[in-house]
Design a protein around this ligand. Structure first.
Ligand SMILES: [Zn+2]
Length: 99
């Protein structure tokens, strides 16, 4: 499965900016930069979530479900990056709601 690092390596400037912004949503406890381990984990979770919820491929599609989920995940990064101060959905899910 594709990693956040692969997305960065293969992406154009817009994609790279979106990857960096996603990383910036995952700061280390010391607040000394992005926690890329965490960001990678959450990107994988996003891809898995999309794979688990996506509709079956249209007839004649040559793309496998993994490839389609990866493209959708990149689309997610780009869409999220167009929102100011968006939060990673996996982080939001893992954080307990306030009592
Ligand atoms: Zn996250």
């Amino acid at each position: 499965m594709i990693t956040l690092h692969d997305v960065y390596e293969q992406g154009n400037d817009t994609v790279r900016a979106a990857v960096l912004a996603f990383g910036a949503r995952h700061l280390t406890i010391l607040d000394d930069g992005p926690d890329w381990k965490q960001a990678e984990k959450h990107f994988t979770s996003v891809v898995e979530t999309i794979m688990g919820s996506s509709a079956p491929p249209p007839p004649g599609s040559t793309e496998g479900p993994v490839r389609r989920a990866e493209n959708a995940a990149i689309g997610f990064l780009l869409a999220a990056n167009s929102q100011p101060n968006y939060r990673c959905p996996i982080c939001v899910k893992q954080r307990r709601p306030p009592p």
